[in-house]
Design a binder for this molecule. Sequence first.
Ligand SMILES: Nc1nc2c(c(=O)[nH]1)N[C@H]1C(S)=C(S)[C@@H](COP(=O)(O)OP(=O)(O)OC[C@H]3O[C@@H](n4cnc5c(=O)[nH]c(N)nc54)[C@H](O)[C@@H]3O)O[C@H]1N2
Ligand SMILES: Nc1nc2c(c(=O)[nH]1)N[C@H]1C(S)=C(S)[C@@H](COP(=O)(O)OP(=O)(O)OC[C@H]3O[C@@H](n4cnc5c(=O)[nH]c(N)nc54)[C@H](O)[C@@H]3O)O[C@H]1N2
Ligand code: SF4
Ligand SMILES: [Mo]
Length: 887
Amino acid sequence: MEIDEAREVRTTCPYCGVGCGVLAKIAADGEVTVRGDPDHPANFGRLCSKGSALAETIDLDGRLLHPEIDSRRAGWDEALDLVASTFSKTIAEHGPDAVAFYVSGQLLTEDYYLANKLMKGFIGSANIDTNSRLCMASSVAGHRRAFGSDTVPGNYEDLELADLIVLVGSNLAWCHPVLYQRIAAAREKRPGMKIVLVDPRRTMTADIADMHLAIAPDGDVALFAGLLAYLAEHDALDDAYIAAHTTGFAEALSAAAELDLAGMAAATGLSEDELDRFFGLFAATAKTVTVYSQGVNQSSSGTDKVNAIINCHLATGRIGRPGAGPFSVTGQPNAMGGREVGGMANMLAAHMEIENPQHRDRVQRFWNAPAVADKPGLKAVEMFRGVADGRIKALWIMATNPVDSMPDADAVKAAIKACPFVVVSDVLADTDTVRHAHVRLPATAWGEKDGTVTNSERRISRQRSFLAVSGEARPDWQIIAEVGKRMGFGAAFSYTSPSEIFAEHAALSGFENDGVRDFDIGAYADVDEETYEALAPFQWPAPNTLWHGTRFFANGSYYTPDGKARFIVIRPTAYNPINPGYPLVMNTGRVRDQWHTMTRTGKSPRLSQHMAEPFVEIHPVDAARFGIGDADIVSVSTAHGHALLRALVTARQRAGSVFVPMHWTDQFSARARIDALVAPITDPISGQPASKNVATRIERFAADAFGFAVFAERPASIDADYWSLARCTGGWRLEFALAGSRDWTVFAASLLGADGQSDILAYRDVAGGHHRFAHFAGSRLVGALYLAPEPVAVSRGWAAEQLNADHADRRGRLAVVAGRPGGNRVDHGAIVCSCFGVGVNQIAEAVRCGCASVEAIGVALNAGTNCGSCRPEIRIIVDVERLQAAE
Ligand SMILES: Nc1nc2c(c(=O)[nH]1)N[C@H]1C(S)=C(S)[C@@H](COP(=O)(O)OP(=O)(O)OC[C@H]3O[C@@H](n4cnc5c(=O)[nH]c(N)nc54)[C@H](O)[C@@H]3O)O[C@H]1N2
Ligand SMILES: Nc1nc2c(c(=O)[nH]1)N[C@H]1C(S)=C(S)[C@@H](COP(=O)(O)OP(=O)(O)OC[C@H]3O[C@@H](n4cnc5c(=O)[nH]c(N)nc54)[C@H](O)[C@@H]3O)O[C@H]1N2
Ligand code: SF4
Ligand SMILES: [Mo]
């Protein structure tokens, strides 16, 4: 096809579980731009900062473009033969449980379905687990305990219809920004709507909350057990619903009522007054949705937290009704799809159960499979233990980066390095995981691949390709099918397109179903390539063409043997005792503009400006206690590892806890792979790691020199204890700190890539310890380096801009060395609005000039008017400036 004019392709965002529709426009010259799809029911045209920057992350830089065996280029046939023969041989010698797949909620449903089919149906082991174990496992386990199935009962619309939204362990403003915006817009229309945030930290999501409960780490079980007792005491139960559709209420209530109000206050870290106000609000509001994510799931009591929440909804009959229900929001774009295909080690395809012989028999007949695994496989943490102790001898990792994202990550790295055979399918040539693979298989990336994903409200949408395939990359489904064929399972893996796989997946969901299983998209069992291509987003269940999408459980009909929901006995417990050697709790999570291990968002200069360094948030009281100042370098240690991070002292943090983002890797920082510090403690039921509650200690790292630099090219190596690299327009920016001293001239020459002949301008204040160097090639700045005995006070934004400026003029060059903008230049400060590149200083100045609201800032500077992700931050700047003006 000759493409000579712009075309627009309808696809889905590859980041979070909101699952926004994206329109990708490809101009005649090949340039790609994206906008929100106004017709997609998840976002109705909105996109957040990450979605808006998608076009900046699709370049070929760093891509794995051909298969590799032991770091040398190989052909596909050779690589696939080696993978298939090594897996077959290992199975022949050691049995099917000696091999494992570790996969990802970022695979498309078709990829995921085949990986699961190959392992559970044809290899005959259930040793396939996924990064969803680190993400959704507690919600899945909680759903199955209560409902008999892994069902999310409600829809996004419920967030707009609710009178009360309780956000538990969910930083929606940063992690599900479009849902946050939908709630914010609904509340603007109905100001009576109330929002409660339950999070130890005062996150940006607090901006929208009427009540912020800064709960003690893992105080949630006690909070929701206490709520159940309160509802019973205050006559707020739905007795008819409890009687008709549930079992086990009396036992659950008597366990929940074990603590009195004072005991609950102690266990939750909240005041009796806070508890009373929250409980009263919940009791009085029929239309209540409780939204939860990782503050609930990633805990040693994660499954109990989920059931403590669900208990309260069952007790009030607030489930599956417009504007009411428990709502576990998914993280990854296809976390939900992975659950549909049974991608976890303890599930079977199409929401069937591995322990159930009838289910196994049904799947085996449908697949015409030799042997369906008959017992659960190893869950992620256990799986990597199995790799470490030699039980697993061949491992295939797809679309996930466990060396950075698994707890006890150094042990995971060591296990992978020691494993006899490791295959990694990825889109990048070098990640902290890919670098240890024996065989590297290049996968097609977002924009190149085709398939489906399911979002948090069970809505299935197409991801469509709009770019040519890069190099020799192949879609994940094709790679898996090829290995399946070469292992001798040709008949079951002879697909020619993802539409065939989708049709099979849909057919299995409807196979001998008759309403006994929640997941049923049987209506799509006959899709052909053409209908698949045109597939509009739809919600499950969709058992036939007449019945599409609904809420579950308003009238009972649970998927338990007796059709009733189960109340679960949850005893309110106090949170973990303090370990004297590690007196603080380390909580880990996400920032607004980075996605996980930064393999994609780290490419975008725009997204990298929001938070350019790995940091540790510390409450002022703890900062004083441990002698740490803002912007100091902090050594954070646990029993498992240690990291060096920048201090961010803030009262938004809960005293006694610190917060560290999960994103930074060895590719971007010296020592910030935070999962190396996280203990491999898991929830006993779900096997999900407790990534939010790690016993920790902090101390100030005695840095003698601090530095900041910008470069046109990424520096080859950095000789500093602490460093952090981030993309900026035209190059890279570097922050660093080190103990001791260096010969700064030699240090600068090495870092700036100067060969002695080059044009380096230097400024030295040896006594004061201030040194500045700038390296020019002609009128172009190659790099500039600023050193000081304290954190360097140079405008980061301005310095980065100098990489793109013309420096023919000597005065301009001297300004670069001085590290100061000329008189006519303003320093915009740290970037707040990444869409329009608006900095904190510009916003503050606009407030001083009379802009008194987020809207007024939008009119004056455009900030916050595109994706809107920065609006909570703008509101804080406006408030602070106005407060200061009033003082
Ligand atoms: N920008 C961005 N967005 C993302 C992602 C990303 O990488 N970047 N990843 C996606 C994925 S895969 C996921 S799973 C989601 C995660 O989305 P979220 O769950 O919203 O994100 P987190 O930052 O991991 O954790 C949420 C909050 O839990 C709080 N918390 C910690 N301990 C407790 C506790 O004991 N109780 C309570 N109530 N709260 C606690 C933390 O302080 C944190 O603010 O985000 C998705 N969206
Ligand atoms: N401490 C701590 N640890 C955590 C968390 C936390 O909150 N705290 N959160 C956990 C959670 S919820 C999650 S979801 C995980 C996420 O952790 P990971 O899944 O490890 O993180 P990603 O960076 O998303 O890794 C995705 C990988 O897939 C590659 N990739 C992208 N697209 C494709 C594709 O189409 N095909 C293939 N084959 N590869 C592709 C990318 O290059 C990248 O290497 O981290 C978990 N770890
Ligand atoms: S909220 Fe943002 S990251 Fe999530 S799907 Fe929508 S655009 Fe993508
Ligand atoms: Mo996740």
